[in-house]
Ligand binder design. Structure first.
Ligand code: ADE
Ligand code: ZN
Length: 344
């Protein structure tokens, strides 16, 4: 496949994204625009200055800048504009379904109400469905560097908006904050009907992935690339059909792997783990979902059938109903059949 063919195929193939932090789509241009609108003083003098700081040594060095960026988000309109910008981008990349993380505590701890955050995001998602036919779901993440009590408070705040939120997640600084710290709040949230996922095995050891599946009973693992170090864990992920939402460019930017050639995505696929490709925090990591597909395709010489498999996994691993999954996979199959016919 020529590079042009590969680009076109990735661009046009219908796909879902299951690991995307809405705050991680905040582009430097929008940070400066919102800072001006809200009279927020930034540490950086220019867009260029800020972009230059996106040189990370690990997860924590990224999180420090990422949390600072969110300080410009104040009003419902800001959260709407942030989300709408992502939806327009997604539309151009043919991401027909997306399960979007948001971090309520990052905002409520700055005095912004839960209602402001969720209403701004949800209104944009509603318009995205109406105007662009984009399907979306929202997952509320608890910040794992904070205590479980704060997560419980956030869970309580979410209850009036429960119809807008499909699941709960766990993110932020992984090392030293194992999933077991949040067993009680996950138990309560799942009893209320929230579907559980958690970041695990990004920087943390396989033991954290075990905790996420056995103690938090998660339905997907976000990242999970360190599962490769534990053969029994790999077998368990395969047996229980627990998908991994892998974020290749994020892993390179945060130095989980030195180069894309050293990434283990293809190995995980080859042993039979259900792997999906995602962008995590695209405005910070140098690419949205299509760049992630493109970089792994180039690094591992992926063929169309591999890319198809990744796209199909993205729907199968989603929280869509089985009839919605079926419809989207049909769209995917129609696209692939058309491509084959044209080539023939
Ligand atoms: N929050 C935003 N991006 C994250 C990541 N890659 N890992 C943990 N927490 C995050
Ligand atoms: Zn993430």
């Amino acid at each position: 496949m020529t590079e042009k063919d590969l680009n076109t195929y990735i661009q046009q193939i219908p796909k879902a994204e299951l690991h995307l932090h809405i705050e991680g789509t905040l582009e430097p241009e929008l940070i400066f625009k919102l800072a001006e609108r809200n009279k927020v003083k930034l540490k950086y003098k220019s867009i260029n200055d800020l972009s230059k700081a996106y040189n990370f040594s690990n997860l924590q060095s990224f999180l420090d800048i990422y949390y600072e960026g969110t300080s410009v988000l104040i009003t419902e309109e800001d959260f709407y504009d942030l989300t709408w910008a992502y939806l327009e981008k997604r539309y151009s990349e043919n991401v027909i379904h997306s399960e979007i993380f948001f971090d309520p505590q990052t905002h409520t701890d700055r005095g912004i109400s839960f209602k402001t955050v969720i209403n701004g995001i949800s209104k944009a998602l509603h318009d995205g469905q109406k105007k662009l036919s984009l399907s979306s779901k929202l997952i509320m993440c608890f910040l794992r560097h904070l205590d479980e009590e704060s997560a419980f408070k956030t869970l309580d705040q979410s209850i009036p908006f429960k119809d807008k939120i499909i699941g709960i997640g766990l993110d932020s600084s992984e090392l030293g904050n194992p999933p077991s710290k949040f067993v009680n709040v996950f138990k309560k949230a799942t009893s209320l009907g929230y579907l559980p996922v958690a970041h695990a095995g990004e920087e943390g050891p396989p033991a954290y992935i075990w905790e996420a599946i056995d103690k938090l009973k998660v339905l997907r693992i976000d990242h999970g690339v360190r599962a490769i170090e534990d053969k029994r864990l790999l077998e368990e992920l395969i047996k229980r059909k627990i998908p991994l939402t892998v974020c290749p460019l994020s892993n390179i930017k945060l130095k989980v792997f030195k180069t894309m050639n050293e990434h283990n995505l293809k190995k995980l696929m080859d042993v039979g783990v259900m792997v999906t490709v995602n962008s995590d925090d695209p405005s910070y990591f140098g690419g949205y979902i299509n760049e992630n597909y493109l970089e792994v395709s180039k690094a591992f010489n992926l063929e169309k059938k591999d890319i198809y498999k990744l796209a199909k996994n993205s729907f199968e691993a989603s929280f869509l109903s089985s009839s919605e999954k079926q419809k989207m996979i049909e769209l995917l199959d129609n696209f692939c059949n058309k491509i084959v016919t044209v080539v023939d």
